[in-house]
Structures are given as C-alpha cells and as structure tokens.
Design a protein around this ligand. Structure first.
Ligand code: XUL
Ligand code: CO
Length: 438
C-alpha cells in the first residue's frame, strides 16, 4: 500500500526549477570539496517527527492526517514501518533515526515491550535489506513515560534506574542487529527542578555510571557504533545536566568517558543555551568531539524548542563551514529532528519540509566550500594572530615564556605593536557576498 500516493520520487532539477516537489540545490552526486553531496550530508529522517508524532502541542490534540490513522497498536506500528521506507525512498534519504517507543508500543510490561520491539525490528531489518537504507542512530526514550518523572540515569528511584538500564540494553542490541552507525543519549529528564530536593553529586555520578555500563555492554556484544550525547540546556527540565557542548565535554572528561563519546549537536538546543549553532560545532570540533547533527531551527520570538525545519541559509552556511573544517562528520550525519507546523497537516507537507531542509543544507555546503577554497576567513584569521608566529609570541605559544620573562619584555618594549581592526562588518559583508553569489 502507498501512504504517499500523491507524491513521486523527488529529483534534483536545479535552482531555476519551479516544481515544489524537486530539489533546487541538493544534487546527491555533485562533487563539493572532494566528495559528493550525499557523502558529506548523510541526511536522516527522524522517525518520531515524521511517522509517530501527529501535531500535538500543549493546547491541542493531533491535527495530522496520515494513511495509518485508522489503525492502532501493533498494526499501526507495522504500517508506519512500510510508510517509513516509502517516504525515505521517495525523498532520497539514505538514513533514519528512532527512539524505541517511536517504533513499537510499550504495552503493559517490559517483557511485552521487548517482544513488540523484536517484531517491528524484524520488519525494519527486512525493509533495510531490500531498500539499502541505513540506521544513523537509535536511542531509548527515557523521558515520556511517567516513571521517568524524576529522571532516568539521574532518578532518585533505583528501580526506575534499572528500568532505564533495561531499555538501553535492548537499544544496544537493536542497534547492533540493525548495524546502527551511532547510538544516542539525550537526557530529557536528566536534570533538576529545584536543588532543595536534589543530590546533585549522586545524580551526576549515577548518570556517568549508566554511560559506563552502556560502553561495557556495547563492547561485550561487539556493537561498534559511535556513542553520542546530545546536549540541551533545558526543556523539559529546568536545568539539564548536558547543558551545552562545553559542559558535556567536561562531564565526559571528568568521568573518563571522553574517549567513548562524541556529541550530537542540535541547532535549536544551541539557541536555547544562548549560543549559535556554529559555536557549539566549533567547541566540539576543536576538542575532537564533533559527532553528528540534529538539523532544525528555533524561532527567535519563541523561547522553546520549536524544532522547525532549517531554512536559514546564513546559519546553514556557518554550520557546514564547521563540518567541512572537521573533514566531514565521519560516522555521523544530519538528522532532521524537525517537525512540520501543526497547520501543515497533510502528508505532502512532510515532503515540502524535507526538501526545504535538504536544499538549505546543500546550498550551505556549496557556499561553505567556496569560502574555504578561497580562504576568505582563513587568511584573515591567520594574519590576525600572526604576532604569535615569531619573537615573544612564539615563546608564549611554545610554552617557554614565564610571567617574569614576559614582564621583562613588556618593561623594555618601547614600541609595542599597535592593535589592528577586527573588520567584523567587512567579513560579514563578504559572507553575504558569497551566499548571494550564483
Ligand atoms: C529533544 C530531542 C530528542 C533527541 C533524541 O529535544 O532533540 O528528540 O534528539 O532523544
Ligand atoms: Co534532537
């Protein structure tokens, strides 16, 4: 059965095309910076937004009209698997990502949940075999069920902690079976509402223990996916422990987990943390921790995680700039953790949304590659710091300088170098020039 019968395969037609069901920039085979667009971008469909969610918000119920609406339970879950492969095929998406609860109903016990997962994973495995689609990452949802009200790895309830461990164990087994390239942890409830009832140290130590157990179990079963943590500062909890890239990296370093993890960075999470997305990518990149991306964008007039499809070329350019400087994302990819607006309720809207996101990132990739090729910012930055290439600057960088040697230098320095302009406006105009060029 076709769930998206009104839409055919989406193809590249070039930037002049007027066909809303065509790519204007995403041309999978086109070479950019030495690789094909498809190799760099590794786009993924988020199962939860595209198949499972239906457009609820805190004030309203589902609005989405989908071909599986008349079904329920396992029948609905099975229909969604079929729809997922039809959508990925038509959309030319090679990867997908899911939480355990996205693909299968939890049922009334953990045993039933395991068995539901097994049934659906059988279908997913068949779909992957016949289509060649790949699992970018899977994860365990340890935030929706009421049992996780106090957290999962950071809960005050040891039985809930054990339940979380059971979900992760199954998630790792599923990931291995489906050849997942990464395994993600996002701690939606790993944080606190008030310190008055919180043992901060125990909560963080316990979270680290759960991550270590996951590392050990993956090793035990021979699952060689890249582990990823997805930072987010708040929502649903007031304060989340994996606040942003810098906080998460230092958490991983403190617990000796940094060699086992990288980061899955999300654009809207960056803005919630008061950062630009490129800031988060740069921090991860210079620490060797840039793993994968959740592509979306927030709304600057709304203070929550709106998970809109990314359409901002300026942001996409700076994002892809970091990706190219990282020499790609390795095992990672670009997962559209994004949802259509509640009033975009028709199945066609899922196509328009993914086309918009994929074209935006493809255009960003082309512009970023040109900026790097022409060394637009590299030359400027290199010259800006050139005082550290020789003389006293080289002594500082090599570690030879001391406070005493620098003080002596400063005391005898009769003609200190003059500061030069940072030329911020000129650089931003250059960036615009590259974005707007044909
Ligand atoms: C929530 C979020 C999650 C993670 C996976 O803000 O981004 O969907 O990506 O759990
Ligand atoms: Co996300």
């Amino acid at each position: 059965m076709a769930y998206f019968e009104n839409v055919g395969k989406i193809n590249y037609e070039g930037s002049r095309s007027t066909n809303p069901f065509a790519f204007k920039h995403y041309n999978p085979e086109e070479k950019v910076a030495g690789k094909t667009m498809e190799e760099y971008l590794r786009f993924a469909m988020a199962y939860w937004h595209t198949l499972t969610a239906g457009g609820t918000d805190p004030f309203g119920t589902e609005t989405a009209v989908r071909g599986w609406d008349h079904l329920s339970g396992m029948d609905k879950a099975k229909a969604r698997v079929e729809a997922a492969f039809e959508f990925m095929d038509k959309m030319n998406l090679q990867y997908f990502c899911f939480h355990d609860v996205d693909i299968a109903p939890e049922g009334s016990s953990l045993k039933e949940f395991y068995s539901n997962i097994d049934t659906i994973v059988d279908l997913i495995e068949q779909g992957m075999k016949s289509s060649g689609k790949k699992l970018l990452w899977n994860t365990a949802n340890m935030f929706t069920n009421p049992r996780y009200m106090h957290g999962a790895g950071s809960t005050c309830n040891a039985d809930v902690y054990a339940h979380a461990a059971a979900q992760i164990k199954k998630g790792l087994e599923v990931g291995k079976r489906l050849g997942a390239e990464n395994y993600v942890f996002w701690g939606g409830r790993e944080g606190y509402e008030t310190l008055l009832n919180t043992d901060l140290k125990l909560e963080m130590d316990n979270m680290a223990r759960l991550f270590s157990m996951a590392v050990d179990y993956a090793k035990e079963i021979g699952f060689d996916a890249q582990f990823l943590i997805e930072p987010k500062p708040k929502e649903p909890t007031k304060h989340q422990y994996d606040f942003d890239a810098a906080t998460t990296i230092s958490f991983l370093q403190k617990y000796n987990l940094d060699q086992h993890f990288k980061l899955n960075l999300e654009a809207n999470h960056a803005t919630l943390a008061g950062h630009t997305f490129e800031h988060e990518l740069r921090v991860a990149r210079i620490n060797g921790m840039l793993g994968s991306l959740d592509a979306n964008q927030g709304d600057m007039l709304l203070g929550w995680d709106t998970d809109e499809f990314p359409v901002n070329i300026y942001d996409a350019t700076l994002t892809l700039y970091e990706v190219l400087k990282n020499d790609g994302l390795g095992k990672g990819g670009i997962n559209f953790d994004a949802k259509v607006r509640r009033q975009s309720f028709e199945p066609e809207d899922l196509f328009h949304a993914h086309i918009a996101g994929m074209d935006t990132y493809a255009k960003g990739l082309k512009v970023a590659a040109k900026l790097i090729e022409d060394r637009v910012f590299d030359d400027f930055v290199e010259k800006r710091y050139s005082s550290f290439n020789e003389g006293i600057g080289a002594e500082i960088v090599s570690g030879k300088a001391t406070l005493a040697s620098l003080a002596e230098y400063a005391l005898n320095n009769e003609q200190p170098r003059k500061n030069e302009s940072g030329r911020q406006e000129m650089l931003k105009a250059l960036l615009n020039q590259y974005i707007l060029a044909e």
